[in-house]
Write a protein that binds this ligand. Sequence first.
Ligand code: HEM
Length: 187
Amino acid sequence: MKGVVFNLFEQFVVENWGEEIYEQILDETTLETTEPFVGPGTYPDGDFLALVVKATEKLNVTVPDAVRAFGKFCFPKLADVFPNFVNMHTHPKAFLKTIDSVIHVEVRKLFKDAQTPSFRYEDPSPEQLVLIYESPRKFYEFVEGLLDGVSDYFKTPIQHSRTICTENGQEFARFELTFGELEPTHS
Ligand code: HEM
């Protein structure tokens, strides 16, 4: 997992619970990595999961809830760092259709060793989109959190439901999305 994800997780804990809690989590977790996590570095997925599990024990929340909240937190931060990926879109559907063919392709060029998931799409109607997510990491709640972050970012409600499927022994998840109307802005 890229250092950028570890750095976002640190920000997530610090902004919500404070620096001291993050330091405690770091001290109390047994990690393979001994040096500080830097954005372009690549670190074991196990270290990331160990930090998440320790944080959930300390904060008394479940792992799926924490991962979902982390995904929601990450989206606006990623959008800030990579404004070009989002600026050209006004609707989340058009944006989401670019994750696999544009965004994660660029991410893999930028970050050596990045392992991004695969997304396939079905487009059943103008207000719907099906995202088919496949990754050995099976970060299903992370996808859900990111989708909530995308919804807030584009001020457009996104209802989503998840179905886990298996084909030829490969597990993947189908996220069926329905987009609502753009939320009116109040002045
Ligand atoms: C500005 C937009 C985005 C950027 C810059 C971005 C970038 C990245 C980066 C750097 C990673 C880490 C790869 C690694 O550690 O090896 C990643 C992973 C991931 N991204 Fe994105 N991403 C974006 C949008 C999205 C969106 C909208 C979704 C889904 C709705 C998504 C789904 C994921 C998932 C699930 C992973 C975890 C790895 C896995 O499941 O195998 N990303 N992305």
